[in-house]
Design a protein around this ligand. Structure first.
Ligand code: ADP
Ligand code: MG
Length: 260
């Protein structure tokens, strides 16, 4: 028993806390099942490793600030036939992140842009990537605040570090020229360095007005679209699904520029 305590203390000293905690249970199981030494060691270290990866994922999930945890598996593709499910399945392999390509989800409110962006972000988190979610208006507010405090460079790091940066809701608020420049700088700095998943309710042709500068918008879209998967969703808002089922067609038609 002195040996057991000693072994446990050693595990604790080496910060193998889960292995220390489960040592008794693993020893008991090993003797019960007459496991080999190797099997016992493998099982003990695997439990440590699994707990570490679970904790790391939980931490990364919290730090990602995703608005919810809706999975791609929860998405009803039959409701949105304009989406090519094979394309989403291909994106879900995350090969696009290795090639630092972007994903741009476009369409009117309620068609599942945020759901798909979050679903892809969750896949990236599962594989151990660092992900960060923000909306365009939060991003700009945040960078402007940092700018007034003279901390812009440091703050930019928050948006440059993640392997996958999600910028949701591009199009709901028009940016001033100065704000558009911050957005442009971020897109330029991430160009060919890290993937972005963007959602927008505005066609690219409207981004000039959105960014209060046509030249800047062209330069920004040039970088953004160079390596990008654009998914154009043309369909009904899912929020109306049940009303449509009930045969009530009283809702006003949904247009691409409508705010949700
Ligand atoms: P958008 O970002 O395009 O405005 P959301 O992704 O927020 O739309 O979708 C609105 C709501 O409808 C969310 O609760 C989302 O989970 C749900 N939703 C949208 N499309 C689908 C779908 N095809 N299958 C299942 N849920 C959907
Ligand atoms: Mg949305």
């Amino acid at each position: 028993m002195v040996e057991l305590e000693h072994a446990r203390e050693l595990l604790m000293t080496m910060k193998l806390y889960t292995a220390a905690e489960l040592l008794d249970a693993h020893l008991e199981q090993a003797s019960h099942e007459q496991q080999t030494y190797l099997h016992f060691l493998d099982a003990l270290l695997s439990s440590e490793q699994m707990e570490r990866s679970r904790k790391s994922q939980e931490t990364r999930l919290k730090l990602s600030r995703l608005p919810h945890r809706k999975q791609l598996e929860d998405f009803d593709f039959s409701f949105q036939p304009s989406i090519d499910k094979r394309q989403i399945d291909e994106l879900a392999t995350l090969a696009f992140t290795a090639r630092t390509e972007n994903v741009i989800l476009m369409g009117p409110p309620g068609v599942g842009k945020t759901h798909l962006a979050v679903g892809l972000a969750l896949k990236a988190l599962e594989t151990g990537m660092v992900v960060y979610y923000t909306t365009l208006s939060h991003l700009i507010d945040d960078l402007r605040k940092a700018q007034t405090l003279g901390k812009l460079e440091r703050r930019f790091g928050v948006y440059l570090r993640p392997a996958v940066l999600v910028i949701d809701e591009i199009g709901y608020t028009q940016l001033s020229r100065q704000e558009a420049e911050l957005f442009f700088r971020l897109v330029s700095d991430r160009y060919e360095r890290g993937s972005m998943i963007l959602t927008s309710n505005k066609y690219f042709s409207d981004w000039g007005e959105l960014l209060s500068d046509n030249v800047l918008a062209t330069a920004l879209l040039d970088r953004l679209l160079h390596h990008a998967h654009v998914i154009n969703i043309r369909g009904q808002t899912y929020r109306l699904k049940d009303r449509l089922k009930a045969g009530i067609h009283t809702a006003p038609p949904v247009t691409i520029s409508e705010e949700s």
